[in-house]
Design a protein around this ligand. Sequence first.
Ligand code: NAP
Length: 252
Amino acid sequence: MPDLFSLDGKVAVVTGASSGLGAGFARALATAGADVVLAARRIDLLEGVASEVEAIGVRAVVQRCDVSVPEDCAALVAHAMAELGHVDILVNNAGIGTAVPALRESPEEFRRVLDVNLMGAYWMAQECARVMQPGSSIINIASVLALIKSFAPQAAYSASKAGLVGLTRDLAQQWSGRRGIRVNTIAPGYFATDMTDEVPREMLQEFIDHTSPLKRLGEPHELDGAVVFLASAASSYVTGITLPIDGGMSGH
Ligand code: NAP
């Protein structure tokens, strides 16, 4: 049974790996056996995560990448291929969160969120799919806010994350049968990271109390099983889905 979840010999690219959930995804994939390519803008933080990943006993490669820049995405995948020879797993985790009342949101603010959260995932998926072999897996990190309404004004964020759900369905349709690349999405609920640190904790807890049967934030390790499942042969018959890991928030 453990072999089903093994990522031995695989190469995973994780965007937004410099902090929070992305660093956790990198550690989880490394623990399952994958070599990991860590990408984000803050190289110093990436180097720290790379040391943790190498301590697990696999290879780590670090590359600066702004996912909203298509040329950066192409350079990242080219670097991964040059250093490690193949790319089998992509975790599209890079993201930014905003909360701006719709009547006050500028075109630049709205576009920036879409550029990073949705377009960035698409540029990365395109570049990876060009080199991926059958058996590969793309995992997009959306949010429970792709599925339920927020307690804050988050049009750009919610639209970008709902966009990932549609993108996932379409890319799965285009690539899973023909190219053997499965495409799925994880929709996390609320986890303590730099992003959620910006939300007043009492307001967040009240929202969680009303929507989650578990009535608590997720622990970072509670995403490990989902990412390893979707990256591995354990999910070989799963594509095009959005898997909520949200303490039941989207089921209420
Ligand atoms: P975080 O700690 O702020 O991490 C965000 C990551 O994205 C950082 O590593 C950041 O790295 C990277 N990033 C931001 N803009 C980027 C860009 N233009 N190009 C490349 N990398 C970029 O927040 P987090 O909570 O871990 O968020 C990770 C993902 O999970 C996001 O997509 C977020 O929407 C999603 N999510 C989080 C929660 C939660 O409760 N925490 C819930 C649902 C979904 P650099 O600044 O170094 O570039």
